[in-house]
Design a protein around this ligand. Structure first.
Ligand code: PLP
Length: 440
């Protein structure tokens, strides 16, 4: 089907995810085609992509190399089971991924999404402690304003009330660290100076629950979905040290921060802090086929797998773990990242990106601007009694003016493809600045 001709005349059947369905269906915003830095509506209007889709199309849209790898694989191996069977591409994709994950995180488990990666990581942490005879380590510690997807585990350790309130009690074995947003860090460029001691809340958890009941701490190195919270200098280091002190596993959710987004392969590389488990998705396949992955330390793999009794070592997995099309897309994506040095490219343009986004500081109602790698958050003053209204209208204005941005509450979140050039930065920031002014 030619997507540019796809103008649905019946919007009723689809229940859209994380969408105000009724408002959307009154005035749909449709994207029918994508190429490079841009989307195109069914009518052919160009919309510059300031969000890399949903933080995921890091290498830009419509990459032929990825398309051809998917086509070729679809024609030769549509599917092969990954339970007690395998196919060459899943091993090849895991080896390639292990080459770019931080040193020591060399064992790869495949999933189909960031949410599945979060739940997989939490379950592996529990299985690890149990296999060492520490079955009492069942507490999972997340962080306020954290997002780890929407499955029961990730949702439970997540720190976004709105995502939980429709669903009653979730996992009971969780607690949360405080978030890292501080008034004293407003308008910081890059990593904030204040707040590393917020990591000491791990000690509070130990006091409260007992160290020997805690299995893992899970955080996003940079919280994305709640509006770009960049870790204060020294914070991640301190988390690492405290987890080590108490035998707690540290999990980084790098679903957004992975694959060059931070100007390095992973935030763990940029900040020089290595977790025990690292979750991924999104940029792994450039979003061309759904895929997620969990990288675990050799020690965890050895403990859970090599030391197990004969037979299946971990009763966990998905029908589509390591799907051939996803593996083909992942390998082609990693080729592009290597050949085009995308993380280095992101790093090179980051100073210009930072300058540009911080130039919005004097626009009306801008309360804070935060940035890291090729991500930025612009926090706006909510309208009295109408939370998210201002940002929502700004998003619509930008879309009408040909720029796609994303908003979360009254925070604008930007995360363009890493192939962005100066002219695109200009267009995104100018259009956004005008929209902010128009909604004063
Ligand atoms: N973890 C983080 C940090 C994310 O940002 C997201 C999605 O935005 C997820 C997990 C969930 O990923 P998915 O929507 O692929 O399940």
């Amino acid at each position: 089907m030619d997507m540019s001709q796809a103008t649905p005349n019946d919007l009723d059947a689809l229940w859209m995810p994380f969408t105000a369905n009724r408002a959307f269906k009154q005035a749909p915003r449709l994207l029918a085609r994508a190429e490079g830095m841009s989307y195109f509506t069914p009518e052919g209007r160009e919309v510059l992509d300031g969000t890399a889709g949903l933080w995921c199309v890091n290498a830009g849209h419509g990459r032929r190399q990825i398309v051809e790898a998917i086509q070729k694989t679809a024609a030769s191996l549509d599917f092969a089971p990954g339970f007690q069977m395998g196919h060459p591409l899943m091993f090849q994709a895991a080896s390639r991924l292990a080459q770019i994950t931080p040193a020591g995180l060399d064992r790869i488990f495949f999933t189909n999404s960031g949410s599945e990666s979060a739940d997989t990581a939490l379950k592996i942490a529990l299985a690890y402690h149990r296999s060492r005879g520490q079955a009492q380590r069942i507490k999972l510690i997340g962080r306020e304003r954290g997002y780890h997807g929407i499955n029961f585990g990730g949702l439970s350790v997540g720190g976004i009330g709105a995502n939980k309130k429709q669903f009653g009690p979730l996992l009971g074995n969780v607690d949360h660290l405080p978030h890292t947003h501080m008034q004293s860090n407003l308008f910081t460029r890059g990593q904030p100076e204040h707040g590393f001691e917020l990591a000491d809340a791990v000690e509070d958890m130990v006091q409260l629950h007992g160290a020997d009941t805690i299995a893992a701490v899970i955080v996003e190195p940079v919280a994305g979905s709640t509006g770009i919270l960049v870790p204060p200098k020294g914070y991640l280091e301190r988390l690492r040290a405290l987890c080590d002190k108490h035998g707690i596993l540290l999990i980084f959710d790098e679903v957004i921060t992975g694959f060059g987004r931070m100007g390095a392969n992973f935030a763990a590389d940029l900040y020089n802090v290595t977790p025990d488990i690292l979750t991924m998705a999104k940029g792994l396949t450039n979003a061309a086929v759904p895929m997620g992955a969990v990288a675990v330390s050799n020690e965890i793999y050895t403990q859970v797998v090599e030391n197990a009794a004969p037979g299946i070592e971990l009763f966990h997995g998905y029908t589509y773990s390591g799907h051939p099309l996803a593996c083909a897309a992942a390998i082609a994506t990693m080729d592009i990242h290597r050949d085009e040095a995308l993380p280095a490219r992101a790093k090179a343009i980051e100073p210009e990106w930072q300058e540009a986004v911080h130039s919005l500081r004097d626009r009306p109602n801008v309360m804070d601007i935060r940035n890291a790698g090729l991500i930025a958050g612009i926090e706006l003053r909510p309208r009295n009694g109408k939370p998210a209204d201002r940002a929502g209208r700004i998003m619509q204005r930008c879309f009408d003016a040909g720029v796609l941005i994303r908003t979360t509450g009254d925070i604008v979140a930007l995360s363009p493809p890493l192939i962005i050039e100066s002219s695109h930065i200009d267009r995104i920031v100018t259009t956004l600045g005008e929209a902010i002014a128009a909604e004063a």
